[in-house]
Ligand binder design. Structure first.
Ligand code: URA
Length: 243
């Protein structure tokens, strides 16, 4: 990388609110920190890149601020950051807010959200695991509602995805459950569809990831077979995390 490329790279992440970046390992790159004062390059071997030090959800929320980094802010009523337990052992990642979420500023509160809550609490109850929705953490890949609930575009996912990664790193759950293909793509960086990924453990950094169907998909009457599979996936996740 040239010095200019490094500077642009750092400025991009600075723009996203990242104040400290780490080198993956000692490298012979030029010392760029002096030219980008708000971004400190810490020579920390074996620390994964781009993790702000001592990050937490409040800091991430402050860094997002009144975000206008992508076009999705234009139609937003409320930014939907995430909800639940900051120390959750399990994080659910959806795609992006719908109309109800946009109105309330809380993820998964509409029809799909009610199904997700039922899935979490119903499966837990059946399996003898004392767990409510409030015990887990729920968030989305993009924090603003895409117009007409369209799928988030790659640049929107790239920009907002950095905040998702920071949320996941701050919480450090025992497992992540990616709901649907957008979440799977954002977390795993894969183009593989849910049908192929689901049911088997995947991995993001050192955290096991289970991909399963998005609750909206399960609400469609012709997808009832997938419901059974989603319940199986969730059972696997809950036992892994809470046994
Ligand atoms: N669908 C999502 O992916 N996220 C929500 O918050 C609601 C519906």
């Amino acid at each position: 990388m040239t010095r200019d490329e490094v500077r642009r790279y750092l400025e991009f992440y600075q723009d996203l609110g990242v104040k400290t970046v780490f080198r993956r390992e000692a490298v012979s790159a030029p010392p760029v920190a002096a030219e980008t004062p708000a971004v400190t390059v810490a020579p920390a071997p074996v620390v994964p890149a781009l993790e702000p030090a001592h990050d937490n959800l409040l800091k991430i929320l402050e860094d997002i601020g009144d975000c206008k980094r992508c076009r999705l802010h234009e139609g937003r009523n409320k930014l939907v950051f995430g909800v639940g337990n900051e120390n959750a052992k399990l994080v659910f990642v959806g795609e992006g807010p719908g109309a109800d979420e946009d109105a309330q500023g809380i993820p998964f509160v509409g029809r799909a959200g009610q199904l997700l809550t039922q899935m979490i609490e119903g499966t837990a109850r059946k399996e003898g695991i004392p767990l409510t929705r409030a015990d887990v953490y729920i968030c989305n890949v993009v924090k603003c509602r895409p117009p007409e609930n369209r799928t988030p575009q790659p640049d929107e996912m790239e920009i907002c995805g950095q905040f998702l990664y920071r949320q996941l790193l701050a919480i450090r759950p025992k497992a992540i459950c990616a709901l649907g293909s957008t979440a799977a793509k954002a977390v795993l960086g894969t183009k593989e569809g849910v049908t192929r990924l689901r049911g088997k453990w995947q991995q993001w950094r050192d955290i096991p990831v289970m991909v399963t169907y998005h609750p909206s998909y399960l609400l469609r009457p012709y997808n009832q077979n997938a419901k059974k599979e989603a319940w199986e996936d969730l059972k696997k996740v809950l036992h892994y995390v809470y046994d």
